[in-house]
Design a protein around this ligand. Structure first.
Ligand SMILES: [Zn+2]
Length: 101
């Protein structure tokens, strides 16, 4: 028989959270670590969702690599887009300051 490490309440092996004190019993198994949770987080956080992918115990190692590659690709794309945006702003600024008007 398993018991909660925080309060000692007997728990089922399949419980994700203690029924008495609410302690997470299986780190890496909550909703945020499911595929749905990871995808939602990736949309919000981008590459910063990667640590969650690797902590997750639900996602298979192959899927972790796929997520990692996808998130890194999106991250790099984002940096490139920002860089081009920065360059075009710089161009516009130098046009206005330089021979503009
Ligand atoms: Zn407990």
């Amino acid at each position: 028989m398993l018991s909660c490490p925080r309060c000692g309440q007997p728990i089922e092996q399949t419980d994700c959270y203690c029924r008495r004190c609410g302690k997470a019993l299986q780190p890496g198994r909550g909703f945020l670590f499911s595929h749905t949770g990871i995808i939602l987080l990736a949309l919000v956080l981008g590459p910063f969702a990667l640590p969650l992918v690797w902590i997750s115990k639900i996602i298979s190692p192959l899927a972790k690599w796929i997520y990692t590659i996808l998130l890194l690709a999106v991250g790099i794309y984002f940096v490139v887009v920002c860089y081009h945006l920065y360059l075009s702003i710089q161009d516009a600024a130098s046009l206005m300051l330089g021979g503009g008007f």
